[in-house]
Design a protein. Structure first.
Length: 152
């Protein structure tokens, strides 16, 4: 799977522990030709480090904001709801759109994600073609149509 090599030019942060799902997400976004700069982290702890420029990401330049974060809920080390809480609770990151992409259809997860500030909640479809279609549509909206505020 392709991953951007320059961590300062990332448009999309994909937080996904499943390599198969990550590959499908990359394929869906690549089809649109609008998100060439995707960075993939495999657990919630690495996501927090990337977003807040800590750990091995301290050198990441804050002048290159993320356009969207695709966040799984069921993650190792730090779960997705905890990551979402940190993102939306921080002044410098709270306006970054966070799209939950999860297999959880539990109503409590859905309600909690929105309560914490999720911008969208997508349940991973079982078959690959439906998954790619759903992510392509979400990617088109969040990367091409949505107009975020400029953070300085």
């Amino acid at each position: 799977m392709e991953n951007t090599t320059n961590i300062n030019e990332v448009d999309v942060l994909m937080v996904e522990d499943s390599p198969n799902d990550a590959e499908l997400i990359v394929r869906a976004l690549s089809k649109l030709n609008i998100a060439n700069k995707i960075y993939w982290v495999k657990d919630g702890e690495e996501a927090v480090d990337f977003i807040f420029r800590t750990g091995k990401y301290t050198a990441r330049n804050e002048n290159f904001p993320l356009k969207v974060i695709l966040l799984d809920l069921k993650l190792p080390k730090v779960n997705g709801l905890e990551v979402l809480t940190k993102i939306k609770g921080n002044e410098s990151t709270k306006t970054i759109p966070v799209v939950i992409v999860t297999s959880s259809q539990e109503e409590k997860d859905l309600k909690e994600a929105y309560r914490l500030g999720a911008n969208s909640y997508i349940v991973k479809p079982i078959d690959a073609s439906s998954f790619i279609k759903a992510l392509s549509e979400a990617g088109l909206y969040w990367l091409a149509i949505n107009k975020p505020p400029i953070i300085k």
